[in-house]
Design a protein around this ligand. Structure first.
Ligand code: ATP
Length: 239
């Protein structure tokens, strides 16, 4: 079986508010899969449910054949799954370099960590220049680069990426998406990408799900999704 992640019939809620109402989705190994949807559709909640931040009321999450439903987030990271949360959440008082080391805290192989450190500095040279600076002093775009880099330092098979374009200029968004694609191609890392910027997401990803009110309303290859009238009108702003 080639699916690295399988969600079956997930329901998640915040008290009485049902955010996810029976979502099933699959992410094939080595691919970029995107979840599109407007504000409040439930995209962030899906990622939080996968990484163990929220326990679902129903359904299951299986990662590399292991049932990780409602498991401890640290256990899930150790299985090879890293989450880059919305809003980045870097450690503001630690330096760039220290933030990256924090990403590697579950790993024992120092040589592999050193190689990954070198690779993220190649992807984002500005982080090498700023490695001794406190992360809180970086710009929003640089913090996004750091958050993605920190996830790579965990050496994951799958990265969950929540709204990497949030608050960034079109130019920076394009740069970050280019690196996300390189991470996928060069490292073979599978990526589950949540985005409001449907244009960027559909160009970067292979397969897409469209979420509305906590339900999947459409699923297809990104090529097919781009051609659909509903997607063009509501998500891409084209007539
Ligand atoms: P956004 O792009 O705004 O992050 P989203 O598609 O990621 O949107 P979620 O953040 O997953 O959507 O929210 C899904 C639903 O759950 C929304 O109705 C939201 O108001 C609600 N919700 C999210 N977080 C909480 C919370 N901590 N407490 C209560 N309700 C919440």
């Amino acid at each position: 079986m080639n699916d690295v992640l399988v969600l079956s019939n997930i329901e998640s809620a915040y008290g009485p508010i049902k955010a996810i109402r029976g979502v099933s989705l699959r992410v094939a190994r080595g691919r970029i899969v995107t979840v599109l949807g407007s504000n409040g559709a439930g995209k962030t909640t899906i990622l939080k449910t996968i990484s163990g931040i929220i326990d679902p009321r129903k359904g299951s999450v299986v990662f590399r054949g292991v049932d990780i439903t409602a498991k401890d987030p640290t256990f899930i990271v150790r299985q090879g799954l890293s989450h880059v949360p919305e809003g980045r959440e870097v450690f503001p008082l630690l330096t760039v370099h220290e933030n990256l080391l924090m990403g590697a805290y579950t790993r024992g192989d120092r040589d592999a960590v050193a190689r990954d450190m070198e690779q993220v500095y190649t992807y984002f040279p500005i982080l090498r220049d700023r490695q001794k600076q406190q992360a809180g002093l970086l710009s929003g775009g640089q913090q996004q680069m750091l958050a993605i880099s920190r996830a790579i330092l965990a050496g994951p098979e799958l990265i969950l990426l929540d709204e990497p374009s949030l608050g960034l200029s079109p130019k920076l968004t394009k740069d970050i998406f280019e690196i996300v694609i390189r991470i996928n191609r060069e490292r073979g890392t599978t990526i589950l990408l949540v985005e409001q910027n449907a244009n960027m997401a559909l160009n970067a990803a292979d397969h897409g799900y469209v979420l509305e009110n906590g339900r999947v309303v459409m699923e297809d290859t990104c090529e097919n999704l781009r051609a659909k009238d509903d997607i063009r009108e509501f998500y891409l702003g084209q007539k």
